[in-house]
Design a protein around this ligand. Sequence first.
Ligand code: SF4
Ligand code: FES
Length: 237
Amino acid sequence: MAMMTFKIHRFNPDDERRGRYVQEYQVDVRKGMTILDCLNEIKWKQDGTLTFRRSCRSGICGSCAMWVNGMNRLACETQAATLGSNRIEIRPMPGYPVVKDLAVSLDPLVRGLMAVKPWLIANGPPPTDQERLQSPEEREKLLGLYECILCGACTSSCPSFWADGDYIGPHAFLKAYRFVADSRDDGAKAHLDACDDKHGLWRCHTIFNCVEACPKDLNPTKAISELKKELVRRKIG
Ligand code: SF4
Ligand code: FES
Protein backbone atom coordinates (compact mmCIF):
# COMPACT_ATOMS: atom_id res chain seq x y z
CA MET A 1 0.00 0.00 0.00
CA ALA A 2 1.18 3.52 -0.76
CA MET A 3 -0.62 6.74 0.01
CA MET A 4 -0.90 8.73 -3.22
CA THR A 5 -2.12 12.25 -3.85
CA PHE A 6 -4.52 12.79 -6.72
CA LYS A 7 -4.75 16.34 -8.07
CA ILE A 8 -7.94 16.33 -10.08
CA HIS A 9 -9.05 19.16 -12.34
CA ARG A 10 -12.68 19.97 -11.71
CA PHE A 11 -15.42 21.97 -13.36
CA ASN A 12 -19.11 22.16 -12.59
CA PRO A 13 -21.22 23.92 -15.26
CA ASP A 14 -23.81 24.69 -12.55
CA ASP A 15 -21.22 26.67 -10.58
CA GLU A 16 -19.84 29.04 -13.22
CA ARG A 17 -18.61 31.49 -10.58
CA ARG A 18 -16.06 28.97 -9.34
CA GLY A 19 -14.82 28.09 -12.84
CA ARG A 20 -12.15 25.42 -13.16
CA TYR A 21 -10.17 24.44 -10.09
CA VAL A 22 -7.96 21.64 -8.79
CA GLN A 23 -8.97 19.42 -5.88
CA GLU A 24 -6.67 17.06 -4.01
CA TYR A 25 -7.56 13.63 -2.68
CA GLN A 26 -5.50 10.97 -0.89
CA VAL A 27 -5.90 7.32 -1.80
CA ASP A 28 -4.27 4.25 -0.27
CA VAL A 29 -3.22 2.56 -3.49
CA ARG A 30 -2.93 -1.22 -3.38
CA LYS A 31 -0.82 -3.26 -5.80
CA GLY A 32 -2.48 -3.53 -9.20
CA MET A 33 -4.94 -0.66 -8.71
CA THR A 34 -5.63 1.24 -11.90
CA ILE A 35 -6.32 4.94 -12.18
CA LEU A 36 -9.98 4.02 -12.68
CA ASP A 37 -9.94 1.98 -9.43
CA CYS A 38 -8.53 5.04 -7.64
CA LEU A 39 -11.17 7.35 -9.13
CA ASN A 40 -13.89 4.89 -8.12
CA GLU A 41 -12.46 4.81 -4.58
CA ILE A 42 -12.62 8.61 -4.46
CA LYS A 43 -16.14 8.73 -5.88
CA TRP A 44 -17.55 5.93 -3.75
CA LYS A 45 -15.83 6.78 -0.44
CA GLN A 46 -14.80 10.44 -0.47
CA ASP A 47 -16.67 12.61 -2.95
CA GLY A 48 -19.71 11.43 -4.86
CA THR A 49 -19.77 14.62 -6.93
CA LEU A 50 -16.62 13.69 -8.88
CA THR A 51 -17.62 12.99 -12.49
CA PHE A 52 -15.84 10.81 -15.04
CA ARG A 53 -16.81 8.29 -17.68
CA ARG A 54 -16.14 4.56 -17.64
CA SER A 55 -17.87 1.42 -18.73
CA CYS A 56 -16.03 -1.78 -19.69
CA ARG A 57 -13.00 -1.52 -17.32
CA SER A 58 -11.01 -3.57 -19.82
CA GLY A 59 -9.73 -1.21 -22.49
CA ILE A 60 -12.49 -1.97 -24.96
CA CYS A 61 -15.14 0.74 -24.81
CA GLY A 62 -12.88 3.81 -24.97
CA SER A 63 -14.95 5.71 -22.36
CA CYS A 64 -12.29 6.34 -19.74
CA ALA A 65 -9.66 8.23 -21.76
CA MET A 66 -8.25 11.15 -19.75
CA TRP A 67 -5.04 13.15 -19.29
CA VAL A 68 -2.94 11.52 -16.57
CA ASN A 69 0.49 12.88 -15.60
CA GLY A 70 1.20 14.49 -18.96
CA MET A 71 -0.43 12.05 -21.36
CA ASN A 72 -3.81 10.88 -22.61
CA ARG A 73 -4.34 7.35 -21.29
CA LEU A 74 -7.11 4.86 -20.60
CA ALA A 75 -7.75 5.07 -16.84
CA CYS A 76 -8.79 1.41 -16.70
CA GLU A 77 -5.56 0.20 -18.29
CA THR A 78 -3.11 2.39 -16.38
CA GLN A 79 -1.87 1.09 -13.06
CA ALA A 80 -1.19 3.94 -10.63
CA ALA A 81 2.09 2.40 -9.42
CA THR A 82 3.54 2.38 -12.95
CA LEU A 83 3.52 6.17 -13.21
CA GLY A 84 6.63 6.48 -11.03
CA SER A 85 5.25 9.20 -8.75
CA ASN A 86 3.10 9.42 -5.65
CA ARG A 87 1.46 12.55 -7.03
CA ILE A 88 -0.92 11.98 -9.90
CA GLU A 89 -2.52 14.82 -11.81
CA ILE A 90 -5.65 14.07 -13.79
CA ARG A 91 -7.33 16.42 -16.26
CA PRO A 92 -10.00 16.02 -18.90
CA MET A 93 -8.57 15.26 -22.36
CA PRO A 94 -7.40 18.50 -24.01
CA GLY A 95 -9.17 20.02 -27.00
CA TYR A 96 -12.70 18.81 -26.29
CA PRO A 97 -15.28 20.98 -24.48
CA VAL A 98 -15.53 19.96 -20.83
CA VAL A 99 -18.99 18.78 -19.77
CA LYS A 100 -18.19 18.22 -16.08
CA ASP A 101 -14.93 17.45 -14.25
CA LEU A 102 -13.18 14.76 -16.34
CA ALA A 103 -16.05 14.14 -18.76
CA VAL A 104 -15.64 15.87 -22.13
CA SER A 105 -18.04 16.33 -25.02
CA LEU A 106 -17.12 13.93 -27.79
CA ASP A 107 -19.17 15.81 -30.40
CA PRO A 108 -16.01 16.84 -32.36
CA LEU A 109 -14.89 13.20 -32.40
CA VAL A 110 -18.21 11.99 -33.77
CA ARG A 111 -18.42 14.88 -36.26
CA GLY A 112 -14.99 14.01 -37.72
CA LEU A 113 -15.82 10.33 -37.82
CA MET A 114 -19.14 10.73 -39.62
CA ALA A 115 -17.54 13.10 -42.15
CA VAL A 116 -15.45 10.28 -43.67
CA LYS A 117 -18.41 7.90 -44.14
CA PRO A 118 -17.12 5.24 -41.75
CA TRP A 119 -19.01 2.31 -43.21
CA LEU A 120 -18.60 -0.22 -45.99
CA ILE A 121 -19.83 1.17 -49.31
CA ALA A 122 -20.57 -1.70 -51.67
CA ASN A 123 -21.99 -1.36 -55.18
CA GLY A 124 -23.74 -4.69 -55.41
CA PRO A 125 -26.21 -6.30 -53.03
CA PRO A 126 -24.76 -8.71 -50.46
CA PRO A 127 -24.59 -12.36 -51.57
CA THR A 128 -27.62 -14.27 -50.34
CA ASP A 129 -25.84 -17.52 -49.52
CA GLN A 130 -22.75 -16.28 -47.64
CA GLU A 131 -21.09 -13.23 -46.11
CA ARG A 132 -18.94 -10.91 -48.20
CA LEU A 133 -15.74 -12.93 -48.14
CA GLN A 134 -12.07 -11.91 -48.17
CA SER A 135 -8.92 -13.91 -48.69
CA PRO A 136 -6.57 -14.17 -45.67
CA GLU A 137 -4.19 -11.81 -47.53
CA GLU A 138 -6.94 -9.21 -48.02
CA ARG A 139 -7.95 -9.53 -44.36
CA GLU A 140 -4.35 -9.05 -43.25
CA LYS A 141 -4.32 -5.58 -44.84
CA LEU A 142 -6.81 -4.45 -42.18
CA LEU A 143 -4.56 -5.33 -39.25
CA GLY A 144 -3.81 -2.20 -37.24
CA LEU A 145 -6.77 -0.39 -38.80
CA TYR A 146 -9.90 -2.01 -37.39
CA GLU A 147 -8.88 -2.20 -33.70
CA CYS A 148 -9.64 1.45 -32.92
CA ILE A 149 -11.92 1.82 -29.86
CA LEU A 150 -12.70 5.49 -30.62
CA CYS A 151 -11.39 6.71 -27.29
CA GLY A 152 -10.40 10.06 -28.83
CA ALA A 153 -6.95 10.15 -27.20
CA CYS A 154 -5.20 10.63 -30.56
CA THR A 155 -7.27 13.56 -31.79
CA SER A 156 -7.15 15.21 -28.36
CA SER A 157 -3.34 15.16 -28.44
CA CYS A 158 -3.09 16.62 -31.96
CA PRO A 159 -1.95 20.27 -32.37
CA SER A 160 -3.82 20.52 -35.69
CA PHE A 161 -7.04 19.80 -33.77
CA TRP A 162 -6.14 22.35 -31.09
CA ALA A 163 -5.74 24.95 -33.87
CA ASP A 164 -8.87 23.93 -35.80
CA GLY A 165 -11.76 22.44 -33.83
CA ASP A 166 -13.28 21.27 -37.12
CA TYR A 167 -10.17 19.25 -38.05
CA ILE A 168 -11.48 15.83 -39.02
CA GLY A 169 -8.91 14.15 -36.81
CA PRO A 170 -6.55 11.15 -36.80
CA HIS A 171 -9.20 8.78 -35.39
CA ALA A 172 -11.40 9.47 -38.43
CA PHE A 173 -8.55 9.16 -40.93
CA LEU A 174 -7.61 5.79 -39.47
CA LYS A 175 -11.22 4.70 -39.91
CA ALA A 176 -11.35 6.10 -43.46
CA TYR A 177 -8.25 4.15 -44.43
CA ARG A 178 -9.70 1.03 -42.78
CA PHE A 179 -12.40 1.10 -45.50
CA VAL A 180 -10.20 2.33 -48.36
CA ALA A 181 -7.95 -0.68 -47.66
CA ASP A 182 -10.88 -3.12 -47.46
CA SER A 183 -11.18 -5.35 -50.55
CA ARG A 184 -14.99 -5.43 -50.15
CA ASP A 185 -15.41 -1.64 -50.20
CA ASP A 186 -16.23 0.20 -53.44
CA GLY A 187 -16.40 3.64 -51.83
CA ALA A 188 -12.74 4.69 -51.81
CA LYS A 189 -13.57 7.84 -53.79
CA ALA A 190 -16.23 8.88 -51.28
CA HIS A 191 -13.94 8.26 -48.27
CA LEU A 192 -10.99 10.01 -49.95
CA ASP A 193 -13.02 12.99 -51.15
CA ALA A 194 -14.25 13.51 -47.58
CA CYS A 195 -10.66 13.47 -46.27
CA ASP A 196 -9.54 15.93 -48.99
CA ASP A 197 -11.15 18.88 -47.22
CA LYS A 198 -9.96 22.22 -45.83
CA HIS A 199 -10.31 20.62 -42.37
CA GLY A 200 -8.91 17.37 -43.72
CA LEU A 201 -5.71 15.40 -43.89
CA TRP A 202 -3.51 18.09 -45.44
CA ARG A 203 -3.59 19.78 -42.03
CA CYS A 204 -1.64 16.86 -40.57
CA HIS A 205 1.96 17.97 -39.94
CA THR A 206 3.21 14.44 -39.17
CA ILE A 207 3.95 15.26 -35.56
CA PHE A 208 3.17 11.68 -34.39
CA ASN A 209 1.43 12.80 -31.18
CA CYS A 210 -1.48 10.57 -32.17
CA VAL A 211 0.78 7.53 -32.39
CA GLU A 212 2.25 8.24 -28.96
CA ALA A 213 -1.20 8.77 -27.42
CA CYS A 214 -2.94 5.69 -28.83
CA PRO A 215 -3.52 3.13 -26.05
CA LYS A 216 -4.05 0.43 -28.69
CA ASP A 217 -0.64 1.03 -30.31
CA LEU A 218 -2.23 2.02 -33.60
CA ASN A 219 -0.64 4.34 -36.13
CA PRO A 220 -3.03 7.01 -37.44
CA THR A 221 -0.08 8.95 -38.91
CA LYS A 222 0.71 6.02 -41.22
CA ALA A 223 -2.94 5.80 -42.25
CA ILE A 224 -2.90 9.53 -43.03
CA SER A 225 0.18 9.17 -45.20
CA GLU A 226 -1.41 6.21 -47.05
CA LEU A 227 -4.53 8.31 -47.68
CA LYS A 228 -2.40 11.20 -48.94
CA LYS A 229 -0.49 8.87 -51.29
CA GLU A 230 -3.73 7.36 -52.59
CA LEU A 231 -5.24 10.80 -53.19
CA VAL A 232 -2.17 12.03 -55.06
CA ARG A 233 -2.06 8.81 -57.11
CA ARG A 234 -5.68 9.35 -58.14
CA LYS A 235 -5.13 13.03 -58.95
CA ILE A 236 -2.13 12.51 -61.20
CA GLY A 237 -3.08 9.07 -62.53
S1 SF4 B 1 -6.65 5.52 -33.02
FE1 SF4 B 1 -6.08 4.91 -30.93
S2 SF4 B 1 -6.14 6.84 -29.76
FE2 SF4 B 1 -7.26 7.21 -31.67
S3 SF4 B 1 -9.39 6.85 -31.15
FE3 SF4 B 1 -8.55 4.90 -31.99
S4 SF4 B 1 -7.85 3.76 -30.20
FE4 SF4 B 1 -8.17 5.86 -29.50
S1 FES C 1 -13.64 1.77 -19.15
FE1 FES C 1 -13.78 1.00 -21.19
S2 FES C 1 -11.83 1.53 -22.02
FE2 FES C 1 -11.67 2.08 -19.95
